[in-house]
Ligand binder design. Sequence first.
Ligand SMILES: [Ca+2]
Ligand SMILES: [Ca+2]
Length: 389
Amino acid sequence: MNQARVPLSIALVALAAAGLAQSKIGVLSSGAPTIDAKVVAVLSADGNEVTLLPRHDQTPIGFNFFAYDSIYLQPNVFFSSVIPDLVQVDLKNYVRGGGGLVTAEWAIWGSGSGYNASMSGDWFGTYAGSYSSNPSLSASTVTSDPVIHAGLPASFTIPLDSVGGGTYTNVTAKSEAQVFYGFQDGGVTRPVAFGGQRTLGRIFHYATVNGVAQFNDPNFARLFQNSFRWVKGKSVDGPGIRGRYTLLALADQTQMRLRVTYQNVSNNLIVGTADAVVDADGFFTALGPSTPGTYRVLLKARTGLTRRPVGTYTTQVGQEANVGEVVSHNGDIDGDDEITVFDYIQLSFAFDTVPGDGAWDPDADLDGDGAVTVFDYITLSNGFGEAGM
Ligand SMILES: [Ca+2]
Ligand SMILES: [Ca+2]
């Protein structure tokens, strides 16, 4: 038991009880426990409710980023890591749908080598071809912002850590980027703290690796806290919906998790998602978008397909809406929202196994009877060729 954590836990409980949390922040683990602990401590000290999430490259497909106001991505420690492609698409859609994302040095360094290509097109800078191992960096204001610069001097020196081989990357800001602090690289001003808006959400980048020495600097710690205030997104916490999703051939749907996605009918943008748990007959309730509007509802269970109840619904304050019911085939084991030969292959690897066997794969047990058998093959075959909608 780490004694130092006790006062922090008490402080967090007190804040949660008083409903004063600044925002809900999910920290994708860097893979370095000392850095992760520092990140959590600095953000908690600003009154946020902070959750340490799986290592970024091990984020499970289908992870619900919309459960958080903002997400921190620090991919430096395991610098050859790549986030699963479907998760990158989710993270990109999370930002475009109103979420906030803060990233560290490798996000842009790596994009220069093709890492995390599905989302890096949304970054606000590109790799300028070089990085540095300097032990400190002199940051100066380029454009002042009341949220970013709150409590900070116009210029300050940031002590730097070497994480993954360097301390910062030379970045070229894209034309649409807002650069808050920069540094001088020869005759060129390079961005060190910068970002911008992508559709409904915001991304904030650091050109630095953000190690422990950096967080121990009060000015950098404040800048870090301010950047999360700046990106803070909207969560799904509005009037609820109820509906019904039936996953074919599943013997007992009790406790089956369902993802509910809200799409604005006027511009087709995804504005948020919510998690729901269904009862034995497939009935569920879920929170709705915080912004009043008219939405299309998309429903998906883990090995089911995305299904859309007929019609749309308009949020009404304090009133739960019934969005209707759908039935889905069962067999999307790899989570790409289609039932194809790749799902067959994954089922075949787990065939004739039960929990405890080396090749056991709970997602391949489509009917949920605790074994991967011919009945799971039949279930998959019944939906073969079907895709989400
Ligand atoms: Ca599939
Ligand atoms: Ca089975």
